[in-house]
Design a binder for this molecule. Structure first.
Ligand SMILES: C[S@@+](CC[C@H](N)C(=O)[O-])C[C@H]1O[C@@H](n2cnc3c(N)ncnc32)[C@H](O)[C@@H]1O
Ligand SMILES: [Zn+2]
Length: 459
């Protein structure tokens, strides 16, 4: 990984993502703007005062280059976005283009064993799922989690309600590959233990009576192999026992079958052998941030939500990335769990909030790296042509010579210091020129090109 632990970037995440090494991150949690046609802002005087971010999208927001990039890299994604435009309109299209280019980069930076959770709401969740299928692959879809973020919703004033209260968000969980693992287990609460494991044996061990699973039920049909006599017990019905004679004797020795003083046979399931319950995909037990945890940041998510995700999908010291980190909830949760983390937010205040929260909530006073610059990838890049789209975005479609706007196809990749003179294929040494400017430059320097263009009256 070419970025240090505990780094917060204040910049557009697209630029930063493009600068992160390929397959370098174990978990990505993203909570992007939802296209909800709202503009959020934090109340003045709160920790997050001054925070505001746009949550409406129009095509003018969208860099032309992204379009071309998506068509080029991911035709299926392009089609999916096109369909969303037909069914939902141009605002959705531009939102999905914004998300699509970023998700493509996230796919690249995620390790083969990594996981990604896309937090969204019903405004766009159905389109985002199609987009996730096309980028991460339908076979890597694992779960759609419904998070109950509020207990009830306000009644629609004096107006007639036209929809059910909207109190849930969705999290789309995808694995990077079949090598991705997950630990969805949870521990039982005291109350659940007392309810489920009602009895206590002579050694103080909790168990429940599972005697309904001694015999096979008649609807299982005749099972002659399982009809036998054991210590004087026999099932008169031809469906027989649940277990083979050997297994039954084994279980008896372990104390899981007991012959009671009244002569009855009892089967027991002990708490100590209990494998644990798994969280389902409806999370109604994670409460929205309250009290001291609240920073006033609009759309702040609870640490408990991130805690569950990070525990289930990473190990200690692994790297968590949140490209829309807001008031840095993910970073705080990751720090607490001794994971490495990187946060990105276009809104510079995130840096202060993460420092403030790490001190207050984790007692962490160590060094946090705050950056705005785009990191340099340490990996060897395959071919300088792969930079064409990035460069097109960076230059906003304008030729670096004549300063004229050109369509993507009319641009050529130029080595600022020519290869002949030792110039490298590194992104820093690359720019886009229109065909005419490129041939004017030839193997000359950039300064020479500018001089020639001035001479010709182009500049
Ligand atoms: C829904 S909020 C995230 C809230 C966060 N999960 C928390 O608990 O505080 C979305 C965030 O995305 C940021 N954002 C929007 N567009 C961005 C972009 N292109 N690059 C980086 N951050 C962006 C906004 O500034 C905002 O903080
Ligand atoms: Zn030009």
């Amino acid at each position: 990984m070419n970025v240090n632990n505990r780094t917060i970037f204040s910049n557009d995440n697209l630029h930063i993502l493009r600068g992160l090494d390929t397959q370098s991150v174990d978990l990505i949690y993203l909570d992007p703007p939802f296209n909800s046609n709202r503009n959020y802002s934090a109340p003045i005087g709160s920790e997050a005062a001054g925070a505001a971010f746009k949550d409406t999208w129009t095509l003018s927001d969208v860099d032309n280059a992204w379009h071309g990039e998506i068509a080029d890299r991911e035709p299926a994604l392009y089609q999916a976005i096109h369909t969303a435009e037909l069914t939902h309109g141009r605002g959705m299209k531009s939102y999905l283009i914004m998300m699509g280019v970023r998700l493509l980069e996230m796919k690249r930076v995620l390790k083969e064993t990594g996981s990604i959770y896309l937090h969204c709401d019903p405004t766009a969740s159905h389109y985002l799922k199609v987009i996730m299928d096309s980028i991460f692959g339908k076979n890597n879809y694992r779960s759609e989690i419904t998070w109950k973020r509020a207990t009830s919703t306000q009644k629609g004033s004096q107006h007639r309600s036209l929809q059910w209260g909207n109190n849930a968000d969705m999290l789309l969980y995808y694995a990077a590959s079949s090598d991705t693992s997950l630990r969805p287990e949870r521990e039982l609460t005291e109350a659940e233990i007392h309810k489920k494991f009602k009895h206590v044996d002579e050694n103080g061990e909790r168990y429940y009576n599972d005697s309904s699973h001694i015999w096979s039920t008649p609807n299982m049909g005749e099972r002659p192999n399982l009809c036998y006599e054991w210590r004087g017990f026999v099932n008169p019905h031809p469906s027989g026992w649940r277990l083979s004679k050997e297994r039954l004797e084994e279980e008896y020795q372990k104390g899981n079958f007991v012959i009671r003083p009244d002569g009855k046979l009892e089967r027991r399931k002990y708490l100590k052998d209990y494998k644990g319950a798994s969280y389902g995909n409806i999370w109604d037990d994670v409460l929205p941030p309250a009290g001291d945890e609240r920073t006033g940041y609009p759309t702040q998510k609870p640490i408990a939500l991130l805690d569950r995700i990070i525990k289930a999908s990473t190990n200690k010291d692994e790297t968590v990335l949140d490209p829309f980190c807001g008031c840095a909830t993910t970073c705080v949760a990751a720090e607490r769990l001794q994971r490495q983390w990187i946060g990105i937010d276009i809104f510079p205040k995130a840096v202060e909030l993460v420092k403030y929260r790490l001190e207050k909530e984790v007692g962490f006073f160590g060094k946090i790296i705050s950056r705005e610059d785009i990191p340099k990838r340490s990996e060897k890049l395959p071919n300088y042509q792969t930079h064409k789209h990035t460069l097109y975005g960076k230059q906003e479609g304008t030729c670096n010579g004549c300063q004229t706007h050109f369509p993507f196809r009319n641009m050529t990749v130029d080595h600022i210091i020519p290869q002949k003179h030792g110039g490298t294929d590194h992104e820093d040494n690359l720019q886009l020129l229109c065909g005419a400017c490129n041939s004017t430059k030839g193997t000359g320097t950039q300064a020479e090109l500018i001089a020639k263009l001035k001479e010709q009256g182009v500049l």
